[in-house]
Design a protein around this ligand. Structure first.
Ligand code: FEO
Length: 429
């Protein structure tokens, strides 16, 4: 855990978490930074908690000492969001400072009791409410429900123009010595771009409509700094992450980028024989291809790739008269993540009978995905040369559809950075 200065009177307490499954589910191969903000007026407030802190009081005392904050002066704990990666530190903090007022949204109240048995000293705030810390430091609050939990609020420091929106505008990726956008080199910004898509697609995607509403709500604010609960702080170009989030939200319904995700699974390599020709055919048409194998690759990686892809190729055999089970599992999850309107193509092998297609149709219909499929290529046993040629031809057709869809994208969607697939250094090295 370390403390740094965001701007005059606002400090960031940050800890990296590595080797965890985020939400107990999502791998974070490059870690994740947990951020908390200390705001000093005549009175002091902490916005969200710094989970990842070891819970030992001396650790926090040492950090507070660096910024000349007496723990006894912390009168307010502002909880923007009740998910325990932000609120879970309260119990440890109580060991240090038993008396404080919790400032939070209306819907957090029952969860404070359910999670921590806290029922007293709660100040409920909502749209338009303010908290005056003295010394000209007035905090304003806004409800941003369902980004990504119903109770979420954002805190805005009117003195410095700092928006603290908790999960919104966050990204995965641990932070190193450089943790502000004005301290990062372009390759590091590119790294966080990919980590932001991973974060958005894995935990916010299903709430893209509320996320777009939250962006709209925040837009009129005189924002100078965006200080999220995860990832880097944006103080040189806060509008970059706002534009990125507008783009990520637009990926829900597509079209997205000139990219195709190829997801494949194979029992005895017969379906696999079509995978390389498919990828080569797509790449020859100028498509960026993300390849994922099931089982094997994580759901987190696959969802990240599909989220920015306009096209998807599914390659799997029939298994027990249905889809290859790990393919079913990831498609069901993509359906829950509300991945809509992709251009798609499927091929695969069968032995005694087909059946994969029927189950694929069922899962696509149940999730109302709106994916448009080209005619599938199915082969009994090994693919013949003619089957491979047909797979390549379908992939060329898919590439055309993808390019056409991308060309029809609305001008109101901010473009992706051109170099976002290059240079992803680990910033913690
Ligand atoms: Fe970072 Fe929804 O918690």
């Amino acid at each position: 855990m370390n403390v740094t200065t965001v701007t005059d009177g606002i400090f960031r307490l940050s800890a990296n978490m590595e080797d965890i499954l985020f939400e107990g589910l999502w791998p974070v191969p490059n870690g994740v930074a947990m951020n908390s903000y200390i705001i000093k007026g005549e009175r002091t407030a902490i916005v969200d908690g710094v989970c990842g802190w070891d819970g030992v009081p001396e650790t926090l005392f040492a950090q507070l000492e660096k910024i000349d904050v007496d723990p006894d002066s912390i009168d307010y704990i502002i909880i923007n969001h009740m998910e325990p990666d932000h609120s879970g530190w309260i119990e440890d903090f109580r060991k240090i400072r038993p008396n404080f007022t919790i400032v939070t949204g209306r819907k957090s109240v029952p969860l404070l009791e359910a999670f921590f048995n806290i029922t007293d000293d709660i100040m409920v705030v909502g749209d338009g409410d303010t908290l005056d810390l003295g010394d000209g430091r007035v905090l304003a609050f806004a409800e941003i429900p369902n980004v990504h939990w119903p109770e979420t609020i954002a805190t805005f420091d009117t003195k410095s123009g700092t928006l603290m929106p908790c999960d919104a505008f966050g990204s995965f990726g641990s932070v190193g010595e450089a943790m502000y956008d004005d301290e990062l080199i372009p390759e590091q910004i590119d790294f966080y771009e990919r980590e932001a898509i991973r974060y958005y697609s894995n935990i916010v995607a299903a709430f893209s409509v509320p996320a777009a509403k939250a962006i709209e709500k925040a837009s009129p604010l005189p924002i100078r700094i965006i200080a999220p609960g995860h990832g880097i702080v944006w103080r040189k170009d806060p509008m970059k992450i706002v534009k990125d989030y507008i783009r990520y939200a637009s990926y829900q319904k597509g079209p997205c980028e000139t990219e195709v995700t190829v997801i494949w699974g194979s029992m005895y390599d017969m379906t696999r024989m079509g995978v390389r020709p498919a990828i080569e055919a797509l790449e020859a048409e100028g498509i960026i291809v993300h390849e994922h194998k099931v089982p094997g690759d994580s759901w987190g990686d696959i969802i990240t790739s599909v989220w920015s892809s306009t096209g998807v190729v599914l390659a799997m055999p029939t298994y027990e008269y249905k889809m290859f089970p790990p393919m079913y599992a990831i498609l069901d999850e993509l359906g829950k993540k509300t991945v809509r309107n992709r251009k798609a193509f499927r091929f695969g092998s069968y032995g005694w009978s087909g059946g994969a297609q029927k189950e694929l149709d069922e899962v696509m219909a149940r999730h109302k995905t709106g994916w448009e499929f080209l005619e599938p290529v199915e082969f009994k046993g090994k693919p013949s040369d003619a089957d491979i040629d047909l797979i390549k031809a379908r992939c060329r057709e898919l590439a055309d559809q993808v390019k056409e869809a991308v060309a029809s994208k609305s001008d109101s969607i901010p473009p992706a950075p051109e170099n976002r697939h290059h240079g992803r250094p680990s910033v913690t090295e």
